[in-house]
Design a protein around this ligand. Structure first.
Ligand code: 13P
Ligand code: SF4
Length: 328
């Protein structure tokens, strides 16, 4: 349910967020795809794995999660005693939507010898039906710990699964989901941009299709792309992921230039995640004030989903692999 616009005339929303953050003993966690004004006042900004770890570790009483619902659900699964609020409950994800639990269950049952390695961008029900959860920053490390002869179902992102499968020469049964944001990058427009900036490397998120990833000099999670931005020798980087991440790059590296990879007509806003964009400072203020919209979940479901998430946290800390998808 989307939060209805409230009359906030005369209210200093930023000052109120500051007051409520202290009063509620709240921590504000934000993903790199959030609007800059949200990233700037968050206590912590990170990728999906880092945010999961923060949610599991925090001693705050309230987690205000500025991201999408599967992320806030993950925080609740790992920190059930906390109040977890999401500024807009409609902040979903096309990958989660692509994978209804009943269909995923049937798919698993049709392949009883396979384990389910599942991207964190899925519902709590699908997590409960999975063996190990991965994020883009932990997928490589985790995959390398699974015996070579063990058949794998990978869902719901067929592009991340396909990328891993090609990179590690590891056949996997792929669920046919995609991220609508990363799917919208245009290869033709990317090549035109590259022609204008021949020395600028391309960094891409593995949710991009192969038509984009195949041109990338670096493929990795949001935190991996940020690290890569720091390491490039030149002064310009083309960034093929949700463009709000560029805010962090410009803050950390003001002397470098970051160009968002283009969508279909070369000039659209189709690479802004429409779900992430639902969160606003005003809705964050209301969420801290009212402690709503709040994540609630059935305890049996939570415990079932926690198993695959705990497995992820354990395996992601292993020293096998590099920890991120890394250079191609
Ligand atoms: P990471 O931040 O883990 O790379 O995930 C990106 C994403 O799709 C968030 O929805
Ligand atoms: Fe989902 Fe894509 Fe938005 Fe991430 S960017 S939340 S994967 S729709």
């Amino acid at each position: 349910m989307t939060v209805m616009p409230a009359d906030l005339t005369g209210i200093d929303v930023r000052a109120e967020i500051e007051r409520l953050r202290k009063e509620r003993n709240a921590v504000i966690l934000a993903h790199y795809y959030q609007k800059p004004e949200i990233q700037d006042l968050a206590d912590f900004v990170g990728d999906s794995l880092e945010l999961s770890r923060k949610a599991a570790e925090t001693d705050a009483d309230v987690i205000a999660f500025c991201g999408v619902k599967f992320m806030a659900d993950t925080a609740k699964i790992l920190s059930p005693e906390k109040i977890v609020v999401l500024p807009d409950m409609d902040a979903g994800c096309s990958l989660e939507d692509s994978c209804p639990p009943e269909k995923f269950k049937a798919f698993r049952e049709a392949h009883p010898d396979h384990i389910a390695l599942t991207y964190i961008n899925c519902s709590t029900e699908v997590k409960a039906l999975s063996d190990v959860i991965v994020t883009s920053s932990s997928a490589e490390t985790i995959l390398q710990q699974i015996p070579k002869d063990q058949p794998i179902i990978f869902g719901p992102d067929r592009h991340l699964g396909g990328y891993l499968s090609r990179k590690f020469d590891r056949p996997m049964l792929l669920w046919p989901g995609v991220c609508i944001v990363h799917e919208a990058f245009s290869e033709t427009e990317l090549l035109k941009l590259k022609a204008k900036h021949p020395d600028a490397p391309i960094a891409a998120h593995p949710e991009c299709p192969p038509t984009i990833v195949d041109h990338a000099d670096y493929v990795g999670s949001t935190s991996g792309i940020l690290k890569y931005a720091n390491e490039i020798e030149g002064d310009t980087l083309i960034v093929a992921t949700e463009p709000h991440i560029i805010h962090q790059m410009e803050r950390a590296l003001p002397n470098k230039t970051f160009i968002g990879a283009p969508g279909a007509d070369g000039n659209c806003n189709c690479n802004i995640c429409p779900y992430m964009a639902l969160n606003t400072l005003e809705k964050l203020y209301l969420a801290l004030r009212d402690l709503q919209p709040r994540i609630e979940m059935d305890e049996d479901l939570r415990l079932a989903a926690k198993k695959s998430l705990d497995k992820m946290l354990e395996m992601a800390s292993s020293t096998v692999g590099k920890g991120d998808l890394g250079a191609r």
